[in-house]
Design a protein around this ligand. Structure first.
Ligand code: PEP
Length: 253
C-alpha cells in the first residue's frame, strides 16, 4: 500500500515573513493524518525559518534542488548535507524550470540525485514532456529517457526511496491539467518502465506523483487514479486553504 504524498513546491516566492506565515497557515489548515504524507519545499533561504514553524506539525520539509557534489568549490550551489542540517528530508530534482531556464540535463540531475541519496534525502525526481514533444508523439520516449537518465548512470537499483513526479510541462503553471485518464496512462507507463528497470516489487512500491495545475477542483479525480500516489503542487501550494483541500482529497482511510 502506497501512502499518498502531497508536496508543495513554493518555487521562488515570498520573503521570510511570508514563508513563516504560509507555513503557520499550512500547519493550521492541514489535518495531520496517517493516510497522507505532507511535504513543503520553500526556497533554500527560508528552510530554517519554515522548519522552526513546522516543528512537531507532522509536515515534512524539502528543498528545491541540491548540488551534484559534496561541500567545496561550487559557488552558488547548496550541498545535500547542508539541507539535512536545516531539517530537510526531501529534495525536488530535475524540475522542468531547472531544465528549461538553467540548462540542467539528465547527467547533472543524476549527479544531484546521487548526492541527495548519499546525504539521506528522499529525491522527488520530476519528469515530463513539453507540448511540442507530446504533439510529436514523443511523450513516452522523453519520460522513459529521463528515468533512464538516472538509472543508466547510477544503476538499476539506484532510485532508493525516491519518488517520481510526472509533470507534463504544458500543464505547469498554465491552468491546463492533464485529464485523469492521461495522467493514469502515463503513470502506468512509468510504473511499467520501472518494473523493467528495478523489478516488479520495487516498482509497485514506488510513489508516483502527478504535477501540473493540480488544485482543489481537480485533485480528487486525479488522485483517485490507481497509479497516482499524490501530487506535486506549485501555485495552489501558496494558498494554505487550497493546499489543505488537496491534502484532504488525497487522504486514504
Ligand atoms: C510545479 O511547479 O511543480 C507545479 C506542478 O506547478 P503548478 O501546480 O503551478 O502547475
Amino acid at each position: 500500500m502506497r501512502t499518498p504524498l502531497i508536496a508543495g513546491n513554493w518555487k521562488m516566492n515570498g520573503l521570510r515573513r511570508d514563508a513563516e506565515a504560509l507555513a503557520r497557515d499550512v500547519a493550521a489548515a492541514v489535518t495531520a493524518s496517517e493516510g497522507v504524507e505532507v511535504l513543503v519545499c520553500p526556497p533554500f533561504v527560508h528552510l530554517d525559518a519554515v522548519g522552526v514553524v513546522l516543528a512537531d506539525s507532522g509536515i515534512s520539509l524539502g528543498a528545491q534542488n541540491c548540488a551534484d557534489a559534496g561541500q567545496g568549490a561550487r559557488t552558488g550551489e547548496v550541498a545535500a548535507d547542508m539541507l539535512v542540517d536545516m531539517g530537510a528530508t526531501h529534495v525536488i530534482l530535475g524540475h522542468s524550470e531547472r531544465r528549461e531556464f538553467y540548462g540542467e540535463d539528465d547527467g547533472l540531475v543524476a549527479g544531484r540525485y546521487r548526492q541527495a541519496l548519499e546525504a539521506g534525502l528522499t529525491p522527488v525526481l520530476c519528469v515530463g514532456e513539453t507540448l511540442s514533444e507530446r504533439d510529436a508523439g514523443q511523450t513516452e520516449a522523453v519520460v522513459a529517457g529521463q528515468i533512464r537518465g538516472i538509472t543508466d548512470r547510477l544503476g538499476a537499483d539506484s532510485l532508493g526511496p525516491g519518488v517520481i513526479a510526472y509533470e507534463p510541462v504544458w500543464a505547469i503553471g498554465t491552468g491546463r491539467t492533464a485529464s485523469a485518464e492521461q495522467a493514469q496512462a502515463m503513470h502506468a507507463f512509468i510504473r511499467a518502465q520501472l518494473a523493467g528497470i528495478e523489478g516488479e516489487s520495487a516498482a509497485s512500491a514506488r510513489r508516483l506523483l502527478y504535477g501540473g495545475s493540480m488544485k482543489p477542483g481537480n485533485a480528487a479525480e486525479l488522485l483517485a487514479m490507481d497509479d497516482v500516489d499524490g501530487g506535486l503542487i506549485g501555485g495552489a501550494s501558496l494558498d494554505a486553504g487550497d493546499f489543505a483541500a488537496i491534502c484532504a482529497a488525497a487522504t486514504r482511510d
